[in-house]
Design a protein around this ligand. Structure first.
Ligand code: GDP
Ligand code: ZN
Length: 454
Protein backbone atom coordinates (compact mmCIF):
# COMPACT_ATOMS: atom_id res chain seq x y z
CA UNK A 1 0.00 0.00 0.00
CA UNK A 2 1.28 3.44 -0.93
CA UNK A 3 1.82 6.09 1.69
CA UNK A 4 -0.85 8.78 1.31
CA UNK A 5 -0.01 12.36 0.41
CA UNK A 6 -3.37 14.05 0.97
CA UNK A 7 -4.98 15.43 4.09
CA UNK A 8 -8.03 13.76 5.59
CA UNK A 9 -10.68 15.09 7.94
CA UNK A 10 -13.41 13.45 10.01
CA UNK A 11 -15.58 13.99 13.01
CA UNK A 12 -13.83 12.18 15.86
CA UNK A 13 -16.74 12.35 18.30
CA UNK A 14 -20.04 10.51 17.78
CA UNK A 15 -22.50 12.16 15.37
CA UNK A 16 -25.34 14.17 16.86
CA UNK A 17 -25.44 16.69 19.69
CA UNK A 18 -22.89 16.71 22.49
CA UNK A 19 -21.08 18.98 24.91
CA UNK A 20 -17.95 18.93 22.81
CA UNK A 21 -17.43 17.93 19.18
CA UNK A 22 -13.98 17.14 17.86
CA UNK A 23 -12.79 17.34 14.28
CA UNK A 24 -9.55 15.66 13.41
CA UNK A 25 -7.28 16.35 10.46
CA UNK A 26 -4.27 14.30 9.39
CA UNK A 27 -1.83 14.90 6.56
CA UNK A 28 0.68 17.39 5.18
CA UNK A 29 -1.83 20.27 4.90
CA UNK A 30 -3.41 19.81 8.33
CA UNK A 31 -1.45 22.59 9.98
CA UNK A 32 -1.95 25.02 7.08
CA UNK A 33 -5.70 24.38 7.17
CA UNK A 34 -5.81 24.89 10.94
CA UNK A 35 -3.97 28.19 10.61
CA UNK A 36 -6.51 29.39 8.05
CA UNK A 37 -9.31 28.55 10.47
CA UNK A 38 -7.79 29.77 13.74
CA UNK A 39 -5.78 32.65 12.20
CA UNK A 40 -3.04 31.49 14.56
CA UNK A 41 0.30 29.83 14.36
CA UNK A 42 -0.23 26.69 16.47
CA UNK A 43 2.49 25.70 18.90
CA UNK A 44 3.06 21.92 18.90
CA UNK A 45 1.25 20.06 21.68
CA UNK A 46 -0.23 23.21 23.20
CA UNK A 47 -3.91 23.76 23.85
CA UNK A 48 -4.90 26.99 22.11
CA UNK A 49 -8.16 28.57 23.10
CA UNK A 50 -9.20 30.25 19.87
CA UNK A 51 -11.94 31.31 17.48
CA UNK A 52 -12.74 29.10 14.49
CA UNK A 53 -13.23 31.31 11.42
CA UNK A 54 -15.29 30.66 8.34
CA UNK A 55 -13.47 33.58 6.71
CA UNK A 56 -11.70 36.75 7.91
CA UNK A 57 -14.96 38.28 9.17
CA UNK A 58 -17.16 35.36 10.17
CA UNK A 59 -16.54 33.46 13.38
CA UNK A 60 -18.13 30.02 13.41
CA UNK A 61 -17.34 28.73 16.86
CA UNK A 62 -14.73 28.96 19.56
CA UNK A 63 -12.83 26.11 21.16
CA UNK A 64 -9.51 24.39 21.57
CA UNK A 65 -7.02 23.75 18.77
CA UNK A 66 -4.25 21.18 19.15
CA UNK A 67 -1.32 20.50 16.83
CA UNK A 68 0.65 17.23 16.91
CA UNK A 69 3.47 17.52 14.37
CA UNK A 70 4.72 14.49 12.47
CA UNK A 71 6.05 11.99 13.43
CA UNK A 72 4.84 12.30 17.04
CA UNK A 73 1.15 11.85 16.43
CA UNK A 74 -1.36 9.04 16.27
CA UNK A 75 -1.07 8.68 12.49
CA UNK A 76 2.58 9.68 12.28
CA UNK A 77 1.52 12.60 10.09
CA UNK A 78 0.76 16.19 11.11
CA UNK A 79 -2.44 15.92 13.12
CA UNK A 80 -4.80 18.73 14.12
CA UNK A 81 -7.68 18.51 16.55
CA UNK A 82 -10.32 21.21 16.60
CA UNK A 83 -12.50 20.86 19.68
CA UNK A 84 -15.65 22.92 19.34
CA UNK A 85 -19.18 22.84 20.61
CA UNK A 86 -20.92 19.61 19.82
CA UNK A 87 -23.67 20.78 17.52
CA UNK A 88 -24.04 18.88 14.25
CA UNK A 89 -24.62 22.02 12.15
CA UNK A 90 -21.60 23.87 13.52
CA UNK A 91 -19.35 20.85 13.14
CA UNK A 92 -20.61 20.24 9.66
CA UNK A 93 -19.82 23.83 8.64
CA UNK A 94 -16.37 23.48 10.15
CA UNK A 95 -15.71 20.26 8.23
CA UNK A 96 -16.92 21.88 5.00
CA UNK A 97 -14.50 24.73 5.62
CA UNK A 98 -11.60 22.26 5.90
CA UNK A 99 -12.73 20.70 2.61
CA UNK A 100 -12.61 24.11 0.93
CA UNK A 101 -9.11 24.47 2.30
CA UNK A 102 -7.99 21.22 0.68
CA UNK A 103 -8.85 18.36 3.01
CA UNK A 104 -10.95 15.39 2.01
CA UNK A 105 -13.36 13.30 4.07
CA UNK A 106 -11.62 10.29 5.62
CA UNK A 107 -12.73 6.74 4.86
CA UNK A 108 -13.68 4.46 7.75
CA UNK A 109 -10.55 3.49 9.67
CA UNK A 110 -8.32 5.71 7.57
CA UNK A 111 -6.60 7.37 10.54
CA UNK A 112 -5.71 3.95 11.94
CA UNK A 113 -4.67 2.79 8.49
CA UNK A 114 -2.25 5.71 8.23
CA UNK A 115 -0.90 4.92 11.69
CA UNK A 116 -0.26 1.39 10.42
CA UNK A 117 1.36 2.56 7.17
CA UNK A 118 3.63 4.88 9.14
CA UNK A 119 4.66 2.07 11.52
CA UNK A 120 3.05 3.69 14.56
CA UNK A 121 1.11 0.49 15.21
CA UNK A 122 1.06 -2.95 13.64
CA UNK A 123 -2.00 -4.65 12.20
CA UNK A 124 -2.93 -6.56 15.37
CA UNK A 125 -2.79 -3.31 17.32
CA UNK A 126 -4.93 -1.52 14.74
CA UNK A 127 -7.51 -4.29 15.02
CA UNK A 128 -7.37 -3.96 18.80
CA UNK A 129 -8.44 -0.31 18.48
CA UNK A 130 -11.62 -1.38 16.68
CA UNK A 131 -12.12 -4.22 19.16
CA UNK A 132 -11.73 -1.86 22.10
CA UNK A 133 -14.38 0.45 20.66
CA UNK A 134 -16.70 -2.49 19.95
CA UNK A 135 -15.98 -4.36 23.20
CA UNK A 136 -19.20 -5.84 24.59
CA UNK A 137 -17.87 -6.73 28.02
CA UNK A 138 -15.39 -5.38 30.55
CA UNK A 139 -13.14 -8.35 30.04
CA UNK A 140 -13.15 -7.90 26.27
CA UNK A 141 -12.23 -4.25 26.72
CA UNK A 142 -9.35 -5.12 29.07
CA UNK A 143 -8.10 -7.69 26.60
CA UNK A 144 -8.32 -5.26 23.70
CA UNK A 145 -6.20 -2.76 25.60
CA UNK A 146 -3.59 -5.48 26.18
CA UNK A 147 -3.44 -6.13 22.45
CA UNK A 148 -3.36 -2.43 21.69
CA UNK A 149 -0.40 -2.01 24.01
CA UNK A 150 1.37 -4.64 21.96
CA UNK A 151 1.34 -7.71 24.24
CA UNK A 152 0.02 -9.99 21.52
CA UNK A 153 2.26 -8.47 18.83
CA UNK A 154 5.31 -8.84 21.06
CA UNK A 155 4.66 -12.56 21.50
CA UNK A 156 4.21 -12.95 17.76
CA UNK A 157 7.31 -10.99 16.79
CA UNK A 158 9.52 -12.78 19.29
CA UNK A 159 8.33 -16.12 17.88
CA UNK A 160 9.05 -14.85 14.37
CA UNK A 161 12.51 -13.86 15.56
CA UNK A 162 13.14 -17.36 16.97
CA UNK A 163 11.98 -18.89 13.68
CA UNK A 164 14.37 -16.68 11.74
CA UNK A 165 17.30 -17.65 13.97
CA UNK A 166 16.55 -21.33 13.63
CA UNK A 167 16.11 -21.00 9.88
CA UNK A 168 19.49 -19.30 9.56
CA UNK A 169 21.08 -22.12 11.54
CA UNK A 170 19.44 -24.79 9.38
CA UNK A 171 20.37 -22.99 6.16
CA UNK A 172 23.96 -22.68 7.32
CA UNK A 173 24.00 -26.39 8.02
CA UNK A 174 22.77 -27.07 4.49
CA UNK A 175 25.37 -24.76 2.97
CA UNK A 176 28.28 -26.53 4.62
CA UNK A 177 27.57 -30.22 4.12
CA UNK A 178 31.26 -31.09 4.06
CA UNK A 179 31.68 -29.97 7.68
CA UNK A 180 32.73 -32.70 10.03
CA UNK A 181 29.74 -32.28 12.30
CA UNK A 182 26.24 -32.98 11.08
CA UNK A 183 24.48 -29.85 12.36
CA UNK A 184 21.02 -31.17 11.62
CA UNK A 185 21.24 -34.26 13.73
CA UNK A 186 23.10 -32.79 16.69
CA UNK A 187 19.80 -32.43 18.57
CA UNK A 188 19.85 -28.66 18.72
CA UNK A 189 17.45 -28.14 15.81
CA UNK A 190 15.08 -30.76 17.17
CA UNK A 191 15.14 -29.17 20.61
CA UNK A 192 14.43 -25.71 19.24
CA UNK A 193 11.67 -26.99 16.99
CA UNK A 194 10.02 -28.53 20.00
CA UNK A 195 10.45 -25.35 22.10
CA UNK A 196 8.97 -23.15 19.39
CA UNK A 197 6.12 -25.60 18.81
CA UNK A 198 5.30 -25.40 22.50
CA UNK A 199 5.29 -21.59 22.43
CA UNK A 200 3.08 -21.52 19.34
CA UNK A 201 0.61 -23.93 20.89
CA UNK A 202 0.32 -21.86 24.04
CA UNK A 203 -0.10 -18.73 21.90
CA UNK A 204 -2.87 -20.57 20.07
CA UNK A 205 -4.80 -21.40 23.21
CA UNK A 206 -4.47 -17.83 24.46
CA UNK A 207 -5.66 -16.51 21.11
CA UNK A 208 -8.62 -18.88 21.21
CA UNK A 209 -9.67 -17.47 24.57
CA UNK A 210 -9.20 -13.97 23.17
CA UNK A 211 -11.40 -14.76 20.19
CA UNK A 212 -14.17 -16.12 22.41
CA UNK A 213 -13.98 -12.91 24.45
CA UNK A 214 -14.35 -10.91 21.27
CA UNK A 215 -16.86 -12.95 19.30
CA UNK A 216 -18.57 -14.97 21.99
CA UNK A 217 -20.66 -18.04 21.50
CA UNK A 218 -23.67 -18.32 19.25
CA UNK A 219 -26.52 -20.30 20.73
CA UNK A 220 -29.88 -21.19 19.23
CA UNK A 221 -32.92 -21.72 21.43
CA UNK A 222 -35.51 -24.05 19.99
CA UNK A 223 -38.57 -25.73 21.40
CA UNK A 224 -42.33 -25.70 21.36
CA UNK A 225 -44.20 -22.61 22.50
CA UNK A 226 -44.34 -22.47 26.30
CA UNK A 227 -41.42 -24.84 26.77
CA UNK A 228 -39.73 -22.01 28.66
CA UNK A 229 -37.31 -20.44 26.16
CA UNK A 230 -37.96 -16.86 27.24
CA UNK A 231 -37.78 -17.78 30.91
CA UNK A 232 -34.48 -19.50 30.28
CA UNK A 233 -33.11 -16.46 28.49
CA UNK A 234 -33.97 -14.32 31.49
CA UNK A 235 -32.47 -16.86 33.88
CA UNK A 236 -29.24 -16.86 31.88
CA UNK A 237 -29.09 -13.10 31.68
CA UNK A 238 -29.70 -12.79 35.42
CA UNK A 239 -30.32 -9.52 37.18
CA UNK A 240 -26.82 -8.22 37.34
CA UNK A 241 -25.57 -9.13 33.86
CA UNK A 242 -27.38 -6.66 31.70
CA UNK A 243 -28.82 -7.74 28.39
CA UNK A 244 -26.94 -5.85 25.72
CA UNK A 245 -29.33 -5.35 22.86
CA UNK A 246 -27.15 -3.36 20.55
CA UNK A 247 -23.49 -4.18 20.14
CA UNK A 248 -21.94 -1.43 18.03
CA UNK A 249 -20.89 -2.61 14.63
CA UNK A 250 -23.50 -5.33 14.37
CA UNK A 251 -26.89 -4.78 12.88
CA UNK A 252 -29.72 -4.73 15.33
CA UNK A 253 -31.49 -8.00 15.04
CA UNK A 254 -34.79 -8.55 16.80
CA UNK A 255 -34.26 -12.29 16.97
CA UNK A 256 -30.99 -11.98 18.81
CA UNK A 257 -30.30 -11.34 22.48
CA UNK A 258 -26.92 -10.81 24.06
CA UNK A 259 -26.05 -12.07 27.52
CA UNK A 260 -22.82 -12.72 29.35
CA UNK A 261 -21.55 -15.62 31.37
CA UNK A 262 -18.46 -14.74 33.39
CA UNK A 263 -17.41 -12.29 30.70
CA UNK A 264 -18.08 -14.67 27.81
CA UNK A 265 -20.52 -13.01 25.43
CA UNK A 266 -23.36 -15.27 24.34
CA UNK A 267 -25.58 -14.40 21.40
CA UNK A 268 -28.88 -16.17 21.61
CA UNK A 269 -31.20 -16.60 18.67
CA UNK A 270 -34.78 -17.34 19.67
CA UNK A 271 -36.39 -19.46 16.98
CA UNK A 272 -39.82 -18.31 18.15
CA UNK A 273 -39.32 -15.33 15.89
CA UNK A 274 -38.79 -17.55 12.89
CA UNK A 275 -42.13 -17.94 11.20
CA UNK A 276 -43.57 -17.91 7.73
CA UNK A 277 -43.75 -14.39 6.43
CA UNK A 278 -44.74 -12.61 3.25
CA UNK A 279 -43.04 -9.39 4.21
CA UNK A 280 -39.92 -8.98 2.04
CA UNK A 281 -37.80 -7.35 4.72
CA UNK A 282 -38.82 -9.85 7.38
CA UNK A 283 -38.13 -12.69 4.97
CA UNK A 284 -34.57 -11.49 4.48
CA UNK A 285 -34.14 -11.19 8.23
CA UNK A 286 -35.43 -14.72 8.73
CA UNK A 287 -33.15 -16.08 6.03
CA UNK A 288 -30.23 -14.41 7.77
CA UNK A 289 -31.26 -16.05 11.02
CA UNK A 290 -31.36 -19.51 9.36
CA UNK A 291 -27.84 -18.85 8.08
CA UNK A 292 -26.70 -17.89 11.53
CA UNK A 293 -28.25 -20.98 13.03
CA UNK A 294 -26.29 -23.16 10.65
CA UNK A 295 -23.13 -21.46 11.88
CA UNK A 296 -24.09 -21.44 15.55
CA UNK A 297 -21.93 -23.16 18.15
CA UNK A 298 -24.77 -24.89 19.97
CA UNK A 299 -28.47 -25.65 19.69
CA UNK A 300 -30.34 -25.69 22.99
CA UNK A 301 -33.49 -27.70 22.65
CA UNK A 302 -35.88 -26.78 25.44
CA UNK A 303 -38.52 -29.34 26.31
CA UNK A 304 -41.11 -29.59 29.05
CA UNK A 305 -40.15 -32.37 31.45
CA UNK A 306 -43.79 -33.34 31.75
CA UNK A 307 -43.71 -34.52 28.14
CA UNK A 308 -44.23 -38.30 27.82
CA UNK A 309 -42.32 -39.14 24.67
CA UNK A 310 -39.25 -36.93 24.54
CA UNK A 311 -37.67 -38.61 21.56
CA UNK A 312 -40.55 -38.00 19.19
CA UNK A 313 -40.96 -34.47 20.52
CA UNK A 314 -37.31 -33.75 19.79
CA UNK A 315 -37.66 -35.20 16.30
CA UNK A 316 -40.68 -33.03 15.70
CA UNK A 317 -38.98 -29.79 16.81
CA UNK A 318 -35.85 -30.57 14.83
CA UNK A 319 -37.72 -31.44 11.65
CA UNK A 320 -38.70 -27.81 11.15
CA UNK A 321 -35.11 -26.64 11.65
CA UNK A 322 -33.68 -29.27 9.35
CA UNK A 323 -35.86 -27.99 6.51
CA UNK A 324 -34.27 -24.56 6.65
CA UNK A 325 -30.80 -25.11 8.03
CA UNK A 326 -28.08 -26.87 6.07
CA UNK A 327 -26.24 -28.22 9.04
CA UNK A 328 -27.52 -28.28 12.60
CA UNK A 329 -25.10 -27.25 15.33
CA UNK A 330 -24.34 -29.71 18.16
CA UNK A 331 -27.40 -30.17 20.35
CA UNK A 332 -27.99 -30.07 24.09
CA UNK A 333 -31.44 -31.03 25.38
CA UNK A 334 -32.75 -29.00 28.29
CA UNK A 335 -35.49 -30.69 30.27
CA UNK A 336 -37.15 -27.65 31.72
CA UNK A 337 -39.82 -27.34 34.41
CA UNK A 338 -38.22 -30.10 36.45
CA UNK A 339 -39.98 -28.61 39.45
CA UNK A 340 -43.26 -29.92 38.06
CA UNK A 341 -42.33 -33.60 37.82
CA UNK A 342 -41.63 -36.19 40.46
CA UNK A 343 -40.16 -38.93 38.28
CA UNK A 344 -36.52 -39.10 37.27
CA UNK A 345 -35.95 -37.52 33.90
CA UNK A 346 -35.46 -39.80 30.94
CA UNK A 347 -31.71 -39.42 30.51
CA UNK A 348 -30.72 -42.70 29.03
CA UNK A 349 -33.12 -42.66 26.13
CA UNK A 350 -31.63 -39.56 24.55
CA UNK A 351 -28.70 -39.41 22.18
CA UNK A 352 -27.84 -35.81 23.18
CA UNK A 353 -26.27 -34.38 26.30
CA UNK A 354 -29.11 -33.49 28.64
CA UNK A 355 -29.49 -31.00 31.46
CA UNK A 356 -32.44 -31.01 33.81
CA UNK A 357 -33.45 -27.60 35.04
CA UNK A 358 -36.12 -25.21 36.11
CA UNK A 359 -35.81 -21.86 34.41
CA UNK A 360 -38.48 -20.51 36.73
CA UNK A 361 -36.79 -21.52 40.00
CA UNK A 362 -33.23 -21.18 38.70
CA UNK A 363 -32.42 -24.84 39.35
CA UNK A 364 -29.72 -26.20 37.04
CA UNK A 365 -29.01 -22.83 35.44
CA UNK A 366 -25.46 -22.73 36.80
CA UNK A 367 -24.90 -26.20 35.46
CA UNK A 368 -26.04 -25.00 32.04
CA UNK A 369 -23.64 -22.04 32.24
CA UNK A 370 -20.73 -24.35 33.06
CA UNK A 371 -21.81 -26.60 30.22
CA UNK A 372 -21.82 -23.72 27.72
CA UNK A 373 -18.41 -22.54 28.87
CA UNK A 374 -16.92 -25.99 28.59
CA UNK A 375 -18.44 -26.45 25.11
CA UNK A 376 -16.35 -23.46 24.04
CA UNK A 377 -13.31 -24.34 26.13
CA UNK A 378 -13.72 -20.99 27.86
CA UNK A 379 -11.84 -20.37 31.10
CA UNK A 380 -13.15 -17.91 33.63
CA UNK A 381 -9.72 -16.65 34.70
CA UNK A 382 -9.13 -14.81 31.47
CA UNK A 383 -7.79 -11.64 33.02
CA UNK A 384 -4.43 -11.85 31.27
CA UNK A 385 -5.69 -12.69 27.82
CA UNK A 386 -5.29 -10.44 24.79
CA UNK A 387 -8.06 -10.01 22.24
CA UNK A 388 -7.85 -12.06 19.05
CA UNK A 389 -9.70 -12.64 15.83
CA UNK A 390 -10.46 -15.66 13.70
CA UNK A 391 -7.78 -14.56 11.23
CA UNK A 392 -5.14 -14.62 13.97
CA UNK A 393 -6.12 -18.14 14.99
CA UNK A 394 -5.96 -19.34 11.39
CA UNK A 395 -2.46 -17.87 11.07
CA UNK A 396 -1.23 -19.48 14.28
CA UNK A 397 -2.74 -22.84 13.29
CA UNK A 398 -0.98 -22.58 9.95
CA UNK A 399 2.36 -21.88 11.64
CA UNK A 400 1.80 -24.77 14.01
CA UNK A 401 1.21 -27.19 11.16
CA UNK A 402 4.31 -25.92 9.33
CA UNK A 403 6.33 -26.67 12.44
CA UNK A 404 4.87 -30.15 12.67
CA UNK A 405 5.92 -30.70 9.04
CA UNK A 406 9.38 -29.34 9.78
CA UNK A 407 9.76 -31.79 12.64
CA UNK A 408 8.73 -34.68 10.42
CA UNK A 409 11.16 -33.61 7.69
CA UNK A 410 13.94 -33.44 10.22
CA UNK A 411 13.33 -36.65 12.12
CA UNK A 412 12.24 -38.92 9.29
CA UNK A 413 14.16 -37.64 6.29
CA UNK A 414 16.90 -35.37 7.69
CA UNK A 415 15.82 -33.06 4.84
CA UNK A 416 17.39 -29.72 5.72
CA UNK A 417 16.00 -27.78 2.75
CA UNK A 418 12.45 -28.82 3.51
CA UNK A 419 12.88 -28.00 7.19
CA UNK A 420 14.08 -24.52 6.21
CA UNK A 421 11.16 -24.09 3.83
CA UNK A 422 8.59 -25.05 6.49
CA UNK A 423 10.24 -22.62 8.90
CA UNK A 424 9.95 -19.90 6.28
CA UNK A 425 6.25 -20.65 5.79
CA UNK A 426 5.61 -20.63 9.56
CA UNK A 427 7.39 -17.29 9.83
CA UNK A 428 5.29 -15.89 6.98
CA UNK A 429 2.03 -17.09 8.52
CA UNK A 430 2.83 -15.47 11.87
CA UNK A 431 3.98 -12.24 10.22
CA UNK A 432 0.54 -11.85 8.69
CA UNK A 433 -0.84 -11.24 12.16
CA UNK A 434 1.19 -8.07 12.60
CA UNK A 435 0.71 -7.14 8.95
CA UNK A 436 4.30 -7.43 7.84
CA UNK A 437 3.40 -9.45 4.76
CA UNK A 438 -0.24 -8.68 4.30
CA UNK A 439 -1.94 -8.22 0.97
CA UNK A 440 -3.61 -4.91 0.21
CA UNK A 441 -7.07 -6.46 0.01
CA UNK A 442 -6.72 -7.90 3.50
CA UNK A 443 -5.72 -4.47 4.83
CA UNK A 444 -8.60 -2.87 2.95
CA UNK A 445 -11.05 -5.33 4.43
CA UNK A 446 -9.80 -4.82 7.96
CA UNK A 447 -9.75 -1.04 7.95
CA UNK A 448 -13.01 -0.57 6.09
CA UNK A 449 -14.84 -2.31 8.95
CA UNK A 450 -13.71 0.44 11.36
CA UNK A 451 -15.96 3.34 12.24
CA UNK A 452 -15.53 6.69 10.55
CA UNK A 453 -13.13 9.02 12.28
CA UNK A 454 -10.97 6.26 13.78
P1 GDP B 1 -41.52 -19.93 25.66
O1 GDP B 1 -42.77 -19.80 24.91
O2 GDP B 1 -40.79 -21.18 25.28
O3 GDP B 1 -40.65 -18.72 25.56
O4 GDP B 1 -41.93 -20.14 27.21
P2 GDP B 1 -41.97 -19.06 28.38
O5 GDP B 1 -40.62 -18.81 28.91
O6 GDP B 1 -42.74 -17.89 27.95
O7 GDP B 1 -42.75 -19.89 29.48
C1 GDP B 1 -44.08 -20.38 29.29
C2 GDP B 1 -44.71 -20.63 30.65
O8 GDP B 1 -44.04 -21.64 31.36
C3 GDP B 1 -44.69 -19.41 31.55
O9 GDP B 1 -45.90 -19.33 32.24
C4 GDP B 1 -43.54 -19.69 32.48
O10 GDP B 1 -43.71 -19.06 33.74
C5 GDP B 1 -43.60 -21.19 32.62
N1 GDP B 1 -42.31 -21.76 32.94
C6 GDP B 1 -41.15 -21.57 32.27
N2 GDP B 1 -40.16 -22.28 32.86
C7 GDP B 1 -40.70 -22.92 33.91
C8 GDP B 1 -40.17 -23.79 34.93
O11 GDP B 1 -38.98 -24.15 34.95
N3 GDP B 1 -41.04 -24.25 35.85
C9 GDP B 1 -42.36 -23.90 35.86
N4 GDP B 1 -43.13 -24.40 36.83
N5 GDP B 1 -42.87 -23.07 34.95
C10 GDP B 1 -42.06 -22.58 33.97
ZN1 ZN C 1 -40.88 -16.93 24.39
Amino acid sequence: MQKPSDTIVALATPPGRGGVGIIRLSGPDANKIAQAITLHELKPRHAHYTDFHLDQETILDQGIALFFPSPNSFTGEDVIELQGHGGPVVLDMLIRRTLELGARIANPGEFSERAFLNDKIDLAQAEAIADLIDASSEMAAKSAIKSLQGEFSLKVTSLVEELIQLRLYVEAAIDFPEEEIDFLSDGRVQQQLSDITESIDSLLSEAQQGAILRDGMNVVLAGRPNAGKSSLLNALAGKESAIVTDIPGTTRDVLKEHVQIDGMPIHIIDTAGLRESNDQVEKIGIQRAWNEISEADRLLLVVDSQEEDLNSLIKEVLSDLVKNVEQLPPITVLQNKCDLVKKDPAFSELEYPTITLSAKLGIGVDLLKQHLKSCMGFQSNNEGVFIARRRHITAIEKASSNLANATTQLLEFNAGELVAEELRLAQQALSEITGEFSADDLLGRIFSSFCIGK
